[in-house]
Ligand binder design. Sequence first.
Ligand code: PHE
Length: 338
Amino acid sequence: MQQEAIQEITQAPTLEALQQVKTKYVGKSGLVTKELGALGKLPPEERKARGAEINAVRQAIDAALQEREGILKRAALDEKLASEAIDVTLPGLPLPAGGLHPITRVYDDLIGIYQRMGYEVVEGPEVEGEHHNFEALNIPWYHPARDLQDTFWLEDGRLLRTHTSNMQIRYMVEHDPPLKMVSRGKVYRYEATDATHESMFHQLEGLVVGEGISMADLKGTIAEMARGLYGPTAQVRFQPSYYPFVEPGADFAVYWNNPRGESKWLELGGCGMVHPNVFRAVDDLREAAGRDRIYEGMTGFAFGLGPERIAMLKYKIPDIRYFYANDPRVIGQFRGEL
Ligand code: PHE
């Protein structure tokens, strides 16, 4: 019996199997236990020798059980450690990286160009008064130009600014000339949307005021911006245009050769020499705020342009509405690029 038991013990493949062998031999009704129980029925002279014999078997079995249990427990532990081991040489999981929105990137390019030319960068309110958005910019209520910029009116008589030109007024009220500033931000138009029109879009406004500022300075500045955007061969074109707050006024376009060898005129925005009525309106606001009237007689130029147009061409985005639809198929392309 001892030999059989020890063979079964040493061959038990698992701790569960070993437990069964243990029960079979030394459990409550195990084979060895039964033999011990049967001792009482033996004649007293045989009992001692038989008892010693069975005890020896039992001790051998216990020892074998203990040894096998140790082996199996170690094996189980080894297996667990191996399965839970951390491979520190594995590459990490990729972190979901964000990225800058294409409009932000175009703004960064533009603003970098103007900062290198010494412009101050400011931002202003999107909710604006009628005076700053229209009146002070030489657009009285009866002016037909108001129809060109259909307006979102708020219940309190204020509005969502239709252009960033409100910042010309705000900046001049606060600052004395000479000055150079650019202002970026959102603007709103109450219009039907299509591939090139959105009811919310962005503008970059520029304003330079001082003595003896001329149209030549304006053209040189726009040309410098075009070279900053599209390289040293970029050209600019000015066409007469009309905006109530400038005189003369112009629209400007940039001719550029893109990396695929295509060249085209890109209509970028409007510009012109600041209208005397704008300087007068600014002086009126300054006077009301207890400041000197100092803009009358000054010269200056202003320009406004839309980064969406630049971004659509640069990143081949065919529809302006894609910028703000939060579709990951569009925005996801700019992941991780800063
Ligand atoms: N504010 C004008 C627009 O939104 C653009 C512009 C700005 C034109 C400055 C001239 C000077 O259309």
